[in-house]
Write a protein that binds this ligand. Structure first.
Ligand code: ADP
Ligand code: MG
Ligand code: ZN
Length: 501
């Protein structure tokens, strides 16, 4: 049994096996209402407050399709270069889990709204990989279960479970790739780059919050291996709900090393779902995989088919935003970046957040400065992507504006950012609550300067004698006395003025 946790060295894995990937991404749409009822579609809230007879699956309740969700699905399909079905239906996917009160999920089966597309990704070194899209279909999210009393938070060992149906019926789009082959050692990197590119694209389309940490973007990673030189796909595992970009890469890599060890040992891979453990980067078995027959799919009798007119589809084609890769080209020109500088910003996941900060009114140099230095350090500390930090570009722009108007020094500005990251509110609220305003009142500063000069008469004498650089010691003392809330430049002026040099 312990042998199943044996891993093969990664270099050996890619020498002996070719990985095949399949990525399934679920996106929660940010429509105002749910997929088939008028309930509010909002993350969180008191459990079971955004519910109604339809999303609770009460007898006699009838669903109605959310037109805005269909529109978003078509726009996603178009952005992924898919064909858009001229006629398609919803299907019932039957399964019995308490998080699905209807005992089936309304989904699409063999008639997806969008199919046969592709997405081009640029890897860190500039190599472009085309990932083919099999389909993008519409469905609804399930509720959430919370297993209480166990050590792991999983159902095994729990004393009881709590159910929250606020999420049940939230519009979801599932985007499924065709098998991705030929990526070799770069498979984990390709998986991450794909989810990153998809996230950027969905954000540009403005159809979802795409917050992996909140579950509005979720990825299941299918991985299999085939011995080098063969072409028949191996048995795959499906690692579920990997909830950060970094985890996508780690999960794929781990599965490759785990499966290779089994195969090299003459064992077989069990087709199953697996769970990714953030803490140690491993995966553990979930349930053995259902087959399509297990779900007893059949066309949903309570909903009419979706038949988007070609005129509507063309009209939506006209709403395509500037694509992230076009935007990058434009930004490169506007910010006057070399290819390498742009690639560094892209690899750091900084382009979109900097651009949004610039859009919110900040000069591009300052916006870049904040995101690539201080905020990158904070993101690294927390082990999250820049875009996942709990601070918005608009908030960063506000901090930059406060520095520009002289209300904050750079040091204080960092404290304000810390406060925003700690959930203390908007920048102005943090300034207020933490009392971080620059001491700009000269009379308060004069008092502090006089005190510092009196405390160090020898230094005062030196300055008076023409040693202007000695003023630094007094400025330092004043900064300390004002807890860094004074403008050092102004303090220096006042020191020199006071000693009359
Ligand atoms: P399921 O219902 O099991 O989730 P899907 O068709 O929704 O199946 O998704 C399966 C994903 O796995 C697709 O992206 C598909 O391209 C991919 N896939 C299929 N076979 C393999 C394989 N042998 N190895 C890796 N990926 C695979
Ligand atoms: Mg699937
Ligand atoms: Zn409802």
């Amino acid at each position: 049994m312990t042998r199943t946790a044996d891993l093969m060295d990664y270099a050996e894995v890619v020498e002996r096996y070719d990985p095949v990937l399949g990525l399934e991404v679920h996106v929660e749409l940010s429509t105002n209402t749910k997929m088939f009822c008028g309930c509010e579609n909002r993350f969180g809230g008191e459990p079971n407050t955004h519910v109604c007879p339809t999303c609770l699956g009460l007898p006699g309740a009838l669903p109605v399709v959310n037109g805005k969700a269909v529109e978003s699905a078509i726009r996603i399909g178009l952005a992924l270069n898919c064909e858009i079905a001229s006629w398609c239906r919803f299907a019932r996917k039957n399964y019995f889990y308490p998080d699905m009160p209807k005992n089936f999920q309304t989904s699409q089966y063999d008639e997806p709204i969008a199919f046969n597309g592709f997405l081009d990704l640029t890897l860190d070194d500039g190599e472009v990989v085309r990932v083919e899209i099999e389909r993008a279909h519409m469905e609804e999210d399930t509720g959430k279960s919370l297993h209480v009393g166990g050590a792991t938070g999983r159902i095994h060992g729990a004393e009881h479970s709590l159910l929250d149906y606020n999420r049940a019926g939230v519009p979801l789009i599932e985007i499924v790739t065709k098998p991705i082959t030929g990526t070799g050692a770069r498979a984990p990197e390709v998986a991450r780059a794909y989810v990153t590119a998809l996230r950027d694209l969905l954000r540009a389309l403005d159809v979802s919050d795409v917050r992996m940490d909140q579950g509005s973007l979720r990825c299941d990673a299918n991985v299999s291996l085939m011995p080098k030189g063969t072409t028949e796909f191996g048995t795959r595992t499906e690692t579920k709900n990997v909830n950060s970009l970094r985890s996508v890469e780690r999960a794929v890599r781990y599965e490759m090393t785990r499966q290779a060890a089994l195969l090299a040992d003459g064992r077989s891979i069990t087709q199953e779902t697996r769970h990714f453990q953030e803490a140690d980067g491993t995966t553990s078995p979930g349930r053995t995989k259902e087959t399509a027959e297990d779900y007893r799919y059949f066309p949903e009798p309570d909903l009419v088919p979706i038949a988007p007119s070609r005129e509507w589809v063309d009209e939506l084609r006209g709403t395509m935003p500037e694509m992230p890769w076009e935007r990058r080209k434009r930004i490169q020109a506007e910010w006057q970046l070399s290819d390498a500088e742009l690639r560094d910003l892209v690899n750091a996941g900084a382009v979109e957040v900097i651009a949004a900060t610039v859009d919110a009114g900040a000069p591009s140099a300052e916006a870049r400065g904040w995101w690539v230095s201080y905020l990158t350090q904070q993101a690294n500390k927390q082990g999250v992507e820049l875009a996942e930090l709990p601070i918005t570009p608009a908030q960063v722009a506000r901090v930059i504006a406060l520095v520009a108007e002289g209300s904050l020094t750079n040091k204080l500005a960092r404290e304000v950012v810390d406060g925003v990251l700690a959930g203390e509110g908007e920048p102005d609220e943090v300034v207020e609550k933490r009392g971080l305003k620059v001491v700009s009142d000269d009379s308060a500063l004069y008092a502090a300067v006089d005190e510092a000069l009196a405390a160090q008469p020898d230094v005062a004498e030196k300055i008076r004698g023409g040693k202007v650089q000695a003023a630094g010691a007094i400025v330092g003392a004043v900064m300390k006395a004002t807890k860094g809330q004074a403008d050092a430049k102004r303090v220096r002026e006042l020191v020199l003025e006071r000693v009359g040099s």
